[in-house]
Design a protein around this ligand. Structure first.
Ligand code: GAL
Length: 963
């Protein structure tokens, strides 16, 4: 007979949140209490399994001399030990909760420290971990303190009795995998380690304990009501308000309210017998009224982003300067809200949000997305054995972050399906903090939430929701609506932002959204330039789906961020150009416009001929939110005859702010005045056929094929119709998208391998006509293309006429010509849209002007190379090659791009370093481009931005210049 005996699971595999840690409390620091940072160099021994080594290493005297070193905060996998791994939803181990694999990289960390001179002998001392992934067991001086899970949550242990003046041995065993990993299946890199600060905190006798600042604002009376509930009684002092009150006692006084636009913080102190804790108090109230989220009595609009913590070298160990840099960059791009996807951020981040002014959705460290593929079987949020762990996570978030005015909503987590565990969390949170809203996206019934939140709903559905005509539970229709994720910023894009914004501004219920996401999580890599999923030999991975941010990994803004800034600008500038009237609309939720100065310029063919300050006056400065004012522009100093003229009006910061200097441009608008008729087309030159060449005006052509060879002194190669673009991530779409994945259809059809059949080369009295049929193999679809060349003595005109042949039911990627110039043609100057990239549905930020850039600068370095760099609305282009230049005008205006590789090479590249300049500059002059959309996770291109195959005709006029 055999008996089977199953031992109790080891601590890292049991469902409990851990043991030994103190109850969670508010995060604060006071100068009365000593603190010792234990960040720095620690000793590290990595084992392949959780139990490969015993715990002897935790004992004082153990010799770690032969061990490696690791920086704390940090992840060992980014410091030469193992490698990071990326999956979106898939658990990278067999799903058998709460069990994890035997292969479980385990890092034993040791740090020996002395107490600094003068470390107080009284009171208590706490050892605090701000974040350890995913499970830690802790010893101090050989005594075991406990163990915990909850990677992005704080844990504290009482250690006063164990401390020695010198030679304290802190030992921490960290397991990469634990039962907690099942609760942390967020779409990001798996990065084990002690990745946030470790600190020893002195707690003097009579120190403050936990406390809860309640600071409400009544917009009707202009009064704030403050009550600080404190575990340790004391007094609350707010000198500026003359407040000196006992803890627990409410005080009502007139105050300036806190909002994301006006982040008024009052310096205050909580004074207990043994400690003075500095506080920064922001008075504000958030609630749902009439189906709308209101702060201080007003509807707010989220212009938000989802922010993961990421650094291209340090992973989720993000330093204070980087946190601040993120927020400054957001403010400068008119972003007013952050969802801390998908876990509470480093606590210091929320201090910065209070200070700089952001609305925050603070999200719990909880995601069980990998269960979706199992039909949500065994989902921990639907299994009561896990509820204590879920409640522990909720409490650690709420208790730590409850004193931040910036936090408006608690989010239960992300993509966990549904279950009683979530309800338990929501109930606990409401009980503990009835003054904030509860958010969760994954339960369409909205049973536990105060807002209806969705991700990636398309424009049509958002419109329906806005009208409160969406199907679904009646109760849900009464709730406010937000898109907690939208506009998937993967690679080139997202498209359609302006169209969403219009909905948010039209429907009261639609209170904005949070672009997915802030930053590309690409790691700096010596060979690949920038690495993503699969670059570390992962068994399962999701490729570059981890690079879907508005900023590149080094935090350089991508064109998507520039577009977002324009789309969400808090002042709209429009008007009547010919009439010389500009209308300014204040789109802030609280602020007037007194912080802005308005300037105008008048441009003739893109050149500024006059500019000045707009005498806006008190009407504009005091313009309340939602109101508009009309202003007269000065009379233009130039008539603008035969030139294109326009006003550009900008709203600039009138003074330095905490987030940008005086003069920073917040919003702008352009008002066209006059568009001249097109100049007469070049004509008059007759073609001449030579033995090898045909000449026409300034140009020569191959006599047999009709191919353009030269324009003046400029050599031109391979000019032809081009409809291909290296598919963007949004063109390709996500694997789970059932409908119209356009990039795949393009490739199926073979648009990347079209051939041109030459049908005729005809000389006419005034030019040359070349007829071709452009088509890929194995289909009867084609594009009948006629190139008609005419010229004057020094100008050459090409008219391209395209007629689709056959039943095209696929839109075209682009429609235009491409040709090669020698590598020397490396500088571009144009009158058109700029300075950055634009596509049909990402062109709000494209400003009409005179711009210049080198060909290298025209390229947008998406982490996975793809179509990029088009400039919109180009009227005139000059490509300089040193002694000679090629000039092009377009009728109508065109899209221009130039690069040192072909679209085919761009398409083949998988990493930045695959792109190697050749000896040709490839120039694209496009009549049209297909939109970008957001289908790498969200909806595709809106019908109005699709480039349907249809007859088209467009012209370019070329000339050359020699120095
Ligand atoms: C959402 C998810 C995010 C991210 C995004 C796609 O479903 O909440 O974490 O995966 O899709 O990038």
């Amino acid at each position: 007979m055999t008996t089977s005996y199953e031992p109790a699971p080891p601590y890292h595999e049991d469902v409990s949140p851990g043991s030994g840690a103190l109850p969670p409390r508010a995060w604060y620091a006071s100068s009365d209490a000593a603190r010792l940072s234990l960040n720095g160099t620690w000793r590290l021994r990595l084992s392949p399994t959780a139990d490969a080594e015993d715990d002897a290493f935790a004992r004082p005297g153990f010799d770690t001399g032969g061990w490696d070193e690791v920086a704390v905060p940090g992840h060992w996998v980014l410091q030469g030990h193992g490698a990071p791994a990326y999956t979106n939803t898939l658990y990278p181990f067999p799903v058998d909760p709460p069990r994890v694999p035997t292969e479980n990289p385990t890092g034993d960390h040791v740090r020996v420290f002395d107490l600094p001179d003068g470390w107080p002998g009284d009171g208590e001392a706490l050892l605090r971990f701000e974040g350890v992934e995913s499970c830690a067991r802790v010893w101090l001086n050989g005594e075991e303190l406990g163990e915990f899970k909850g990677s992005r949550l704080p844990h504290e242990f009482a250690v006063g009795a164990l401390l020695k003046p010198a030679g304290n041995v802190l030992a921490v065993r960290v397991h990469q995998w634990s039962s907690g990993s099942y609760l942390e299946d967020q779409d990001q890199w798996w990065l084990p380690g002690i990745f946030r600060d470790v600190t020893l905190l002195h707690r003097p006798d009579g120190a403050a304990g936990d406390f809860f600042v309640h600071a409400a604002y009544d917009h009707r009376s202009g009064q704030g009501t403050l009550r600080v509930d404190s575990a340790v009684p004391g007094r609350v002092l707010v000198p500026e308000l003359g407040v000196d009150a006992a803890t627990g006692e409410p005080v009502t006084v007139p105050v300036r309210p806190w909002t994301a636009e006006t982040p008024e913080l009052y310096a205050a102190e909580l004074v207990t017998a043994g400690e003075r804790v500095p506080l920064r108090i922001g008075f504000r109230s958030v609630y749902v009224e009439d189906g709308v989220i209101k702060v201080n009595g007003r509807r707010i609009l989220f212009r938000g982003v989802n922010r993961h913590e990421f650094h291209p070298e340090h992973g989720r160990a993000v330093d204070a300067d980087t946190m601040r840099a993120d927020l400054l960059l957001m403010k400068r791009h008119n972003i007013n809200a952050v969802r801390t996807s998908h876990y509470p951020p480093h606590p210091a981040f929320l201090d910065l949000c209070d200070e700089l002014g952001f609305w925050v959705i603070d999200e719990c460290d909880l995601e069980t997305h990998g269960f979706v593929d199992l039909g949500w079987r065994r989902n921990p949020v639907d299994d009561e054995r896990w509820t204590p762990a879920l409640l522990d996570r909720a409490a650690r978030m709420v208790e730590r972050d409850k004193n931040h005015p910036s936090v408006l909503m608690w989010s239960l987590g992300n993509e966990c399906g549904t279950g009683a565990g979530l309800t338990a969390m929501a109930e606990w949170i409401r009980e503990r903090d009835p003054d904030r809203l509860v958010h969760y996206e994954g339960d369409l019934s909205c049973a536990d939430t105060d807002v209806y939140s969705r991700m990636y709903a398309d424009h049509a559905e958002v419109e329906l929701i806005g009208r409160r005509e969406d199907p679904g539970p009646e109760a849900r229709r009464a709730l406010p609506f937000i898109l907690c994720e939208y506009a998937h910023a993967m690679g080139n894009g997202p498209g359609g932002l302006a169209d969403y914004q219009r909905l948010f501004e039209t429907y009261e219920r639609c209170q904005g959204g949070f672009v997915w996401e802030w930053i590309d999580h690409g790691f700096t890599h010596p060979e690949l330039g920038c690495a993503y999923g699969g670059d570390f030999g992962e068994e399962l991975h999701d490729g570059n789906f981890v690079c879907d941010g508005l900023v590149f990994p080094d935090r350089t803004p991508s064109p998507g961020l520039v577009e977002y800034k324009k789309v969400v600008e808090p002042v709209r500038i429009e008007g009547d150009g010919p009439g010389g009237t500009v209308r300014v609309t204040n789109l802030h939720d609280f602020a007037d416009l007194s912080h802005l100065a308005f300037v105008w310029s008048y441009e003739v063919d893109g050149r500024t001929v006059a500019d000045g300050a707009l005498a806006a006056g008190p009407d504009v400065a005091g313009l309340p939110p939602g109101a508009s004012a009309e202003l007269k522009l000065p009379a233009p100093s130039t008539s603008g005859e035969h030139a294109e003229t326009q006003w550009t009006v900008r709203a600039l910061l009138a003074e330095d702010t905490a987030w940008a200097p005086k003069g920073h441009c917040v919003a702008w608008g352009q008002l066209p005045v006059d568009t001249p008729p097109a100049p007469p087309a070049p004509a008059g030159a007759a073609p001449h056929r030579g033995e090898r060449l045909i000449t026409l005006g300034p140009a020569s052509f191959d006599a047999r094929t009709g191919a353009l060879r030269t324009v003046g002194a400029v050599d031109v190669a391979d000019l032809r119709l081009d409809v291909w673009r290296a598919p963007t991530d949004n063109d390709l779409g996500a694997p789970w998208q059932p409908d119209d994945r356009i990039g795949l259809r393009w490739r199926e059809l073979g648009l990347h391998r079209t051939h041109e059949r030459l049908d005729a080369v005809d000389l006419t009295g005034d030019g040359l006509v070349v007829r071709t049929r452009v088509a890929p193999a194995a289909t009867d679809l084609g594009l009948l293309t006629t190139y008609t060349w005419t010229a004057s003595e020094d100008r050459l005109r090409l008219t391209v006429s395209v007629v689709p042949d056959g039943e095209w039911n696929v839109p075209l990627p682009r429609l235009g010509i491409r040709f090669g110039l020698p590598a020397a043609y490396g500088e571009a100057r144009w009158f058109g849209g700029g300075p950055g990239e634009a596509y049909p549905d990402t062109r709000a930020a494209s400003m009409l002007g005179l711009w210049s850039a080198s060909v290298d600068e025209l390229h947008t370095p998406y982490v996975r190379p793809q179509e990029n760099g088009a400039r919109a609305d180009v009227r005139r282009l000059r490509l300089d090659g040193g002694a000679t230049a090629l000039e092009v005008t377009g009728e109508p205006p065109f899209w221009f791009s130039a690069r040192r590789w072909t679209s085919e090479e761009l398409d083949a590249a998988t990493h930045r370093t695959d792109l190697v300049p050749g000896d040709t500059v490839w120039v694209h002059l496009d009549h049209a481009q297909h939109g970008i959309g957001s289908q790498s996770c969200g909806p595709g291109v809106l019908p109005r931005y699709r480039l349907e195959a249809a007859p088209a005709r467009f012209s370019f006029t070329f000339s050359s210049r020699s120095e």
